[in-house]
Design a protein around this ligand. Structure first.
Ligand SMILES: *Cc1c(COP(=O)(O)O)cnc(C)c1O
Length: 425
């Protein structure tokens, strides 16, 4: 497989872009080698500048749930483009997007759009702090909430991959108000809430942590988060940037049967354009400016192109029974992985929920970040490169989740099975 053009582009990029990339995990540092540069993407495939095609299990890190460049999204974008790329005054698509989100999630009575998942979680925190008039927050190890200062503490993939669990440049005073606890550890959480629950502004988590590989939540743990935050008057924030409109129409909260106070969104709701959003209880959301004292804004928030692409993607998912179909594809893919693992006799942990999955190079059942860290990173490196050589692109880090789209079908599963046979042997 040739990578001449990609390598040339990377060399050029290294001179002008730090690390040659605009987001760190793209640099392939965890697996070695140079990243390939995309020429285009369609359906389940990424096409690189050297003419190679890959079955894509990254799906632009989650957003392209219908497959790349899907017709509904492209059609909506063409139409929206003709009407103008940004208005700076409210537009009808923003109202439609808000309706769609609120109708899909009973916990969301009001919603505001922004431009990234990072903005969404950052705004949730400020809102929760303004509303409760408290500073302290609780997050969980391995949960990633974007590159928000207060939340870049034991934050999963990017930081783990680069071997720096905390970022430089975060004032100690900012991190000091962040309490970081192990995920799925009811006793540790209970202890903190008993000791200082009445000083906690918010508890934020990925209900299904998907940025340290994929960790499944213990239902009782989530129930405890709900009852304790209610008891102490803290705001429960579900970061559904990854899981929202991916696991179900009502996100992870629908599947898990828990109603958070606020939720953050991104990825799938933008149809592949830059987007974020956050929403929840009206009495909390009304603390936002211009109604309330908590400031939050965005020049391009509710951008008509992003709204059009997102709405088209959601509409298609709902109309075509997308979530049930994704579960079917997910189950078939799990079979492919499990039988390949059985054949080669490798003991590996495999986690999956719907269209998200992760193969861990460890026998350890995965319940928290400590379990994740037992993975054999050298084994992952080898696996990654053999998969790539055989036209299958999985995320370039053991600490990332794989994604499926509605465009993944039998042909792609076959290609995957063949690659797996080589990569695991
Ligand atoms: C991707 C992600 C974010 C950050 O979103 P960006 O759009 O990259 O800023 C936040 N939280 C979770 C759970 C994510 O997966």
């Amino acid at each position: 497989m040739q990578h001449t053009k990609s390598n040339e582009l990377f060399e050029q990029a290294l001179k002008r872009i730090p690390g040659g990339v605009n987001s760190p995990v793209r640099a392939f540092r965890a697996v070695g080698g140079n990243p390939f540069f995309a020429q285009s993407a369609k359906g389940a495939y990424l096409h690189d500048v050297d003419g190679n095609a890959y079955v894509d299990y990254v799906c632009t890190w989650g957003p392209s749930i219908l497959g790349h460049a899907s017709e509904p999204v492209l059609g909506a974008l063409r139409k929206a483009l003709e009407a103008g790329t940004s208005f700076g005054v409210p537009g009808p698509l923003e109202v439609e997007m808000a309706e769609r989100i609120c109708q899909s999630l009973p916990s969301v009575e009001k919603v505001r759009m922004c431009n990234s998942g990072t903005e969404a979680t950052m705004s949730c925190l400020r809102l929760a702090r303004g509303y409760t008039k408290r500073d302290r927050i609780i997050k969980f190890e391995g949960c990633y909430h974007g590159h928000v200062d207060a939340l870049l503490v034991k934050a999963g993939s990017g930081a783990l991959t680069l071997g720096c669990p905390d970022s430089a440049g975060i004032p100690a005073a900012v991190a000091a108000d962040t309490i970081c606890l192990p995920f799925n550890d009811a006793a540790a959480f209970q202890k903190v809430m008993t000791e200082m629950g009445d000083t906690i502004a918010a508890v934020i988590l990925e209900p299904v942590p998907a940025n340290a590989g994929l960790i499944l939540p213990d239902p009782d743990f989530l129930k405890l988060l709900r009852t304790e935050t209610t008891r102490c008057g803290a705001v429960l924030i579900f970061d559904e940037v990854m899981t929202g409109f991916r696991l179900a129409r009502g996100g992870a909260q629908e599947i898990l049967g828990i109603k958070p106070d606020l939720s953050a969104f991104g990825k799938v709701i933008g149809g592949g354009l830059p987007v974020g959003g956050f929403g929840g209880r009206a009495d909390i959301m009304d603390w936002l400016a211009p109604l309330g004292p908590v400031y939050q804004a965005g020049t391009l928030s509710g951008n008509p192109l992003a709204m059009a692409a997102g709405i088209a993607q959601l509409e298609t998912l709902f109309k075509e029974d997308g979530f049930a179909r994704l579960e079917k594809i997910g189950a078939a893919l799990e079979n492919v992985f499990q039988s390949a693992l059985k054949k080669c006799g490798r003991p590996c942990s495999f986690t999956r929920i719907g269209s998200m999955f992760c193969l861990y190079f460890t026998e350890q059942p995965i319940r928290n970040l400590e379990d994740v860290k037992t993975a054999d990173l050298e084994a992952f490196r080898k696996y990654f490169h053999v998969m790539l050589e055989n036209n299958v692109y999985v995320p370039p880090s053991q600490f990332e989740t794989c994604f499926l789209s509605l465009a993944h079908g039998e042909v792609e599963l076959e290609i995957t099975a063949k690659a797996l046979a080589k990569a695991l042997s």
